[in-house]
Design a protein around this ligand. Structure first.
Ligand code: FE
Length: 211
């Protein structure tokens, strides 16, 4: 599986950055934005709300089955037990619902309407999540889409596709990979990718740690 699949195209990045700089300069010049407003928002999504939170939630679920049960039953309430940065309760945190992959069941998260996404645990959605083709094909032929993402799903495994909305923002608790018995919670969290919490990737089996 190639993680390049999820990388942003450099030319696209440069073009977007130039547009954003021009727009920001214009909005500041017209007095619509303060010069520090954009930095504050960027900092929020860099330090407070992002996939590092989701990774900690998943790692806790892997080491504590009772927490995992509570997480599935009432996601915001269970997440509130963890000492995560402020912001988890706001910015769509109240609408989050976790679903767990398990043998025989694979979950895929999409938003057919636009790009609804659980910001507190995953941050902002990547550009391809908003792609109309991904959104349409994710519903029509999830197995084909997953195969293209490098996640072949066995015929006997059920694929559940969850459509995020303003009311519910789904995320996936991926399966804990093999060879992680001796891992600390922090080490486990470092294995969890945003894509694995969207269902478009698996957490790969870890190399066994030297005893
Ligand atoms: Fe949406």
């Amino acid at each position: 599986m190639s993680s390049d699949l999820f990388k942003y195209n450099e030319e696209r990045e440069a073009a977007s950055a130039a547009k954003v700089r021009a727009l920001e300069a214009l909005l500041i010049e017209k007095g619509v934005l303060g010069s520090d407003s954009v930095d504050a928002v960027l900092q929020y999504f860099e330090l407070t709300a992002g996939p590092f939170n989701g990774a900690r939630v998943v790692a806790r679920a892997w080491v504590d089955p009772a927490f995992k049960e509570r997480l599935i039953a009432d996601t915001p309430k269970a997440i509130a037990e963890l000492e995560l940065p402020q912001g988890m309760a706001g910015a769509e945190g109240e609408h989050m619902v976790a679903v767990a992959n398990e043998p025989g069941v694979h979950n895929l998260i999409i938003c057919t309407l636009c790009s609804c996404y659980p910001w507190p645990v995953l941050g902002l959605p990547p550009y391809w999540y908003k792609d109309p083709v991904f959104r349409a094909r994710g519903v029509r032929e999830p197995r084909a889409v997953l195969r293209e993402f490098g996640v072949p799903i066995a015929d006997e495994t059920e694929v559940k596709v969850w459509d995020s909305s303003a009311q519910i923002r789904w995320f996936v608790v991926p399966e804990r990979p093999a060879n992680t018995e001796g891992f600390t919670e922090e080490e486990l969290a470092s294995l969890v990718t945003p894509e694995s919490m969207m269902g478009v990737a698996l957490v790969p089996a870890a190399a066994a740690k030297a005893a």
